[in-house]
Each structure stands twice: as C-alpha cells, then as structure tokens.
Design a protein around this ligand. Sequence first.
Ligand SMILES: [Zn+2]
Length: 402
Amino acid sequence: MSFSFRVTHTDGRARRGVMATAHGEVQTPAFMPVGTQGAVKGVLHRDLEEMGADILLGNTYHLYLRPGDDLIARRGGLHAFIGWPRPILTDSGGYQVFSLAARRTVAEDGVKFQSHLDGSAHLLTPEKVVDIQAQLGSDIAMVLDECLAHPSGDELVRPSMERTLRWARRSRDRFLTLSEKRGRTPFSETEKRGTTPFSGGGVIVTNSGQAQFGIVQGGTSPELREESAHGTVGIGFEAYAIGGLSVGEPTDVMYKIVAATTPFLPEDRPRYLMGTGTPQDLVESVARGIDLFDCVLPTRNARNGQLFTSEGPINIKNARFAEDDRPPDPTCSCYTCRTCSRAYLRHLFRAGEINASTLNTLHNLHFYLDTLRQIRDAIAFRRFESFRTAFHQSLSRQLHDS
Ligand SMILES: [Zn+2]
C-alpha cells in the first residue's frame, strides 16, 4: 500500500481525515507518542496498541548512532526489529544534532557533529538522512532541515530558511533516486524473509511504501514562512510539516505562525506540527488546520510526576495527595485511573518505584490520545467550536485538592 490522505470532515479550519501508510491507517488529527530508542519510555507496545496509538515516532539520530541503521536494515527494518506492526514516522535527526550546540558545525553540505555517546565524528547530509531512514524503513521519513534557536533575527532566519529549501531539493532528489531503483535490484537475503526491500547504492530500502515529508521553516516571520511554504510545496512531497516552533517562542506567536502557514499548504495533504505541545496547543493547532502532532511532554512529564487531567495538570509529588483516594482524573478510563489512587501513585513516585513511570505514562498518553479522539468526534459532528470552548474552560478550572 502506498501513502494517501483523505479529508473526511471539516469544521471551520479543523479537519478530520484518514492517512493511509504502508503499515495501515492513521485517523487524523493524530498524536504520535515518541519512541526515541525504538521504545516509548516506560510502556510496552502492547499498552500503546491497547490505548489506540495509531502511529509512533522514532528518533533517527539515536537509532543511527545505536544500534545503527545498518544493523536495523539487516533485521528487516524498524518495524520488524522493534516488533511494532503499525505506522512509524522517523524524524531527520536534525533537531537532536542542532541541539548539540558546541559539538556540531553547519556547512552547505550538511552538519558535522560528535556523537554524545562516544565522541565519534559524523557528517549528516540531506542525502545521508534519506538513506538512513530508507534503511530504517519508516512509513514517513522527514527531510533534514536547519533548526535555529529562538530568538533569531531575520538576518539569520532567511539564509537558514533558504538553505533548508536547498537541502529539501537534495533530499527529494535522493528519495526519488532510491524509489526509481525500487524492485529492480532486490536484496536477496531480506527477500527470503518475505519483505520487499531493494538495494540502491549500498542502501537497503526496507519499506518500499515509504513517504517523505518536507518541512517549512522561517522562524517567527509570516513572510518567510509563506516563502518557505511555497518553495517546499514547489519541490513536491507527500505531505508537509511546520518545523522550528515550540522552541521557546510565546504561545500566541506559535499560534499566529501556524495560522499564517497552513493556508499555503495543500488542502489534500496532511499537515504536521513538529514537537508540539500542551493539550491546549493541540486543540488550538487543530483549529488552525493541523493534522499531526508529536511531543515528549506526556511521557517526559509523566516520569517527572506531572499528570495531565481534564481539570489541568497535577504534580503527584505534592503532599496534598498523600491521602487522596481519588484516581488522577475521575473522568479518565485508563488502566491507571481505574486501578490507582493519587495516594498510591504519590507513594510509588516518592519510593522511586519503576512502576510509577509506567503508570503515569499510561495515563498521560491515554489523556493525549483521548483528547485527539474527542477532537475527531467533535469535527465529525461539526461541534468543534463548542468542544474547544468547553475544553479550555475545563482545563483552567482549579482542582479541589483539600
Ligand atoms: Zn487515566
């Protein structure tokens, strides 16, 4: 099966749709839990399937350094290696490399960096990033883009946005070159395992149905965003992402840039807002035409004891929960809320019990996925605006903790 996207309902600028990939369908708007090392920290794939996660995000930077994309390709690709049969999106690795700051240098060819694991030197070019993701065999591969820190002035943002466009062209060319070779030179060993990979220039392509998304950059300038969107769409990708937001800019600026960018992206392609965000951010971005999200917030914050609830976040470490027999969120149907009290979860966290991370992560991911389910239902019944108002009112309500 190849990549496709169909908008099934609209309500204002909010869209509900179905994104088909080589490993199945994703109901949109969708949230992608982050599986950095080929696993979502604290939970099993079984848990993710049970809570209805349609798609996972894998981090190319981490998988490239360890265990390596060659090793994963020899196992038949990332789906086979980690035992996850559903869709996977891999990022380009660029965000992690640019975060290395002192350990990397950027040039036209690509980014040189030192591994955070052993200090070894690496060069990540747009072409190399396409090759790595071809070997990982994700259903959606992202192009390498330059990620600037916020705030950056227009004198930095423009050349960076233009370089990202040149890199996007090179990424697409490499992707198409690999696609042309598809099926002509099958890789005999993996062919025996019943998959359909091919070898292109030493690259083992483990997923012949892989799609490639372009990324719009341009900082907080609506004009540069528009220019970047036109240039990226002009190259032609299966779909488009908005990158370089959620990097420390004020929330209203992020919303403004999302609203100013989505009109320049094709109606018939998914739109992915990278690295965002809070539950409120998801609702507000859907209202501005976004279909796909990923963020470490629900999983990372769970491990730090923060639980998202329908009445706003709570910190389970707080002393006021010591004898609180209520579930974390009385309206939640997840395993944690069905079986655990706040008092018990606080105890587990304070005792450093490993199950604290698991139980908190189960709840937070369920909360995010359920929020997206409610968003999809609201759009289908054309009551997204009333859902949006009620959602914000509920989240801003103060909890009665005493
Ligand atoms: Zn729950």
